[in-house]
Design a protein around this ligand. Structure first.
Ligand code: ACM
Length: 282
């Protein structure tokens, strides 16, 4: 249910969603099986309804690449590639927006990217700024700004997985007015992002939605276990949803994006207005 509501920002009146449904898909992608992974997303969502769905990082390809040729073959041009096309089709069918991670190819460069799409097409492409571990072998560091897109009257920011380790990522989105941060992930360090994202939510007073994957991926003599525990956090740091470590699961919650507008933690302190940027630069 989306209830329209007006509110004031400074002297302007802005139209916003009152309550929206936000969900994530925690899944176990099969390496290299793009069609099967897309079908699995549809199966898991089933008849659940949400205004915004967040899918994991690289949800369509899997994560443990073994060669540049392999990454190149699985990377897609955006928005022309099959995955973005299928996500837009899904958005139309579900009447929803989706934020999802995929390997993107532009010319000779391959990026660990995320797209934000809606029934009307693509809204944003984000290329992961902070590459994790061996991702540096396969991907070019991102060169796109952290995007904020409109979804059902709310402002949704996008960052990918290891971006959580750098508080600047979420802060940059909050300073642009993000109310909800969509965080497609393939987390492998147990319990770390589950804690940092509670802090990112609190220090910026925003909602965060971390969609992680599960399962062991063993390829080319390397094995990674993905840690599940996808979660949704409120601007107070309250945990609104958390999934198990090992099983696929879809969760949807209703939230009011306006709860992110009050940046006060007490009558004296506003987490954005109290910043002292003059002291942050060397
Ligand atoms: C990560 O950035 N996939 C840990």
């Amino acid at each position: 249910m989306v209830l329209g509501r007006r509110y004031r920002v400074g002297r302007s009146v802005v139209y916003s969603a009152g309550v929206m449904r936000v969900g994530y898909v925690q899944m176990r992608p099969r390496f290299g099986e793009v069609g099967a992974n897309l079908r699995r997303v549809r199966e898991l969502i089933g008849s659940e309804r949400a205004d915004l769905w967040v899918l994991p990082e690289l949800f369509n390809t899997g994560y443990v690449f073994t060669s540049h040729d392999e990454v190149r073959a699985l990377a897609e041009v955006v928005p022309a590639g099959d995955t973005t096309h299928e996500l837009i089709t899904m958005a139309g069918e579900l009447g929803a927006h989706l934020v999802a991670g995929l390997a993107e190819r532009e010319g000779d460069q391959i990026y660990n990217a995320a797209v934000a799409v809606g029934p009307g097409g693509m809204l944003a492409l984000y290329r992961k700024v902070h590459l994790f571990s061996e991702e540096k072998r396969w991907f070019t560091p991102g060169d796109t700004p952290f995007p904020v897109v409109p979804v059902a009257g709310a402002r949704v920011g996008v960052m990918i997985c290891f971006d959580h380790y750098f508080p600047e990522s979420a802060r940059t989105l909050a300073l642009q007015g993000a109310e909800i941060i969509a965080h497609p992930s393939n987390l492998v360090m147990p319990g770390i992002a589950q804690r940092t994202m509670v802090v990112r939510a609190m220090e910026n007073r925003v909602f965060t939605v971390t969609a992680n994957r599960v399962g062991l991926e063993e390829r080319g003599g390397r094995a990674l276990r993905f840690t599940g525990l996808s979660q949704i956090v409120a601007p107070t740091g309250e945990l609104l949803a958390r999934s198990p470590e090992e099983t696929e699961e879809v969760r949807v919650i209703e939230l009011d994006p306006e709860r992110s507008h009050d940046k006060h933690i007490n009558p004296w302190n506003d987490v954005l207005a109290d910043r002292r940027p003059a002291f942050y630069a060397r």
